[in-house]
Design a protein around this ligand. Structure first.
Ligand code: ZN
Length: 84
Protein backbone atom coordinates (compact mmCIF):
# COMPACT_ATOMS: atom_id res chain seq x y z
CA UNK A 1 0.00 0.00 0.00
CA UNK A 2 1.14 3.49 -0.73
CA UNK A 3 2.30 5.78 2.00
CA UNK A 4 -0.53 7.79 3.44
CA UNK A 5 1.40 10.66 5.06
CA UNK A 6 -0.48 12.69 7.65
CA UNK A 7 -3.90 12.47 6.10
CA UNK A 8 -5.09 9.03 7.28
CA UNK A 9 -8.17 7.84 5.34
CA UNK A 10 -7.96 10.61 2.80
CA UNK A 11 -4.57 9.28 1.74
CA UNK A 12 -6.34 7.34 -0.99
CA UNK A 13 -6.78 10.60 -2.86
CA UNK A 14 -3.04 10.89 -3.21
CA UNK A 15 -1.61 14.32 -3.79
CA UNK A 16 -4.76 15.54 -5.47
CA UNK A 17 -7.27 18.09 -4.20
CA UNK A 18 -4.85 19.77 -1.80
CA UNK A 19 -4.25 19.33 1.89
CA UNK A 20 -7.06 21.54 3.14
CA UNK A 21 -9.67 19.61 1.19
CA UNK A 22 -8.31 16.31 2.40
CA UNK A 23 -8.41 17.49 6.00
CA UNK A 24 -12.05 18.40 5.52
CA UNK A 25 -12.73 14.93 4.15
CA UNK A 26 -11.13 13.37 7.21
CA UNK A 27 -13.39 15.40 9.47
CA UNK A 28 -16.49 14.45 7.52
CA UNK A 29 -15.56 10.77 7.46
CA UNK A 30 -15.00 10.80 11.20
CA UNK A 31 -18.46 12.27 11.63
CA UNK A 32 -19.89 9.55 9.41
CA UNK A 33 -18.27 6.79 11.39
CA UNK A 34 -19.50 8.04 14.74
CA UNK A 35 -22.47 6.44 16.39
CA UNK A 36 -25.42 8.61 17.12
CA UNK A 37 -28.23 8.51 19.65
CA UNK A 38 -31.43 6.95 18.34
CA UNK A 39 -34.48 9.16 18.49
CA UNK A 40 -36.77 6.20 19.14
CA UNK A 41 -34.98 4.04 21.74
CA UNK A 42 -32.43 6.56 23.01
CA UNK A 43 -29.50 4.18 22.57
CA UNK A 44 -26.29 5.30 20.94
CA UNK A 45 -26.51 2.79 18.13
CA UNK A 46 -27.35 4.74 15.02
CA UNK A 47 -24.99 4.14 12.16
CA UNK A 48 -24.87 5.45 8.64
CA UNK A 49 -25.89 2.76 6.15
CA UNK A 50 -25.89 4.93 3.07
CA UNK A 51 -25.75 8.48 1.94
CA UNK A 52 -28.38 10.19 4.06
CA UNK A 53 -29.72 6.89 5.40
CA UNK A 54 -29.27 6.02 9.07
CA UNK A 55 -30.17 2.89 10.97
CA UNK A 56 -30.37 2.09 14.66
CA UNK A 57 -28.70 -1.22 15.39
CA UNK A 58 -30.59 -1.57 18.67
CA UNK A 59 -34.21 -1.22 17.52
CA UNK A 60 -33.88 -1.31 13.73
CA UNK A 61 -35.28 2.17 13.27
CA UNK A 62 -34.28 3.44 9.85
CA UNK A 63 -34.57 7.04 8.87
CA UNK A 64 -33.32 9.59 6.42
CA UNK A 65 -31.15 12.31 7.78
CA UNK A 66 -28.33 14.52 6.75
CA UNK A 67 -25.80 13.15 4.35
CA UNK A 68 -22.97 13.24 6.87
CA UNK A 69 -24.70 13.43 10.25
CA UNK A 70 -28.11 11.94 11.17
CA UNK A 71 -29.96 15.19 11.59
CA UNK A 72 -29.19 18.36 9.81
CA UNK A 73 -29.23 21.64 11.68
CA UNK A 74 -32.37 22.52 9.77
CA UNK A 75 -34.10 19.37 10.99
CA UNK A 76 -33.00 20.04 14.56
CA UNK A 77 -34.45 23.52 14.59
CA UNK A 78 -37.60 22.15 13.03
CA UNK A 79 -37.95 19.57 15.79
CA UNK A 80 -37.42 22.20 18.43
CA UNK A 81 -40.24 24.22 16.98
CA UNK A 82 -42.47 21.12 17.15
CA UNK A 83 -41.75 20.57 20.83
CA UNK A 84 -43.15 23.94 21.80
ZN1 ZN B 1 -33.14 2.72 18.28
Amino acid sequence: MARTKKVKMAGRFGPRYGLRVRRMIIKIEELQRQKYVCKRCGKKAVKRVGSGIWECKACGYKFAGGCYVPSTTIAQSFEKSLER
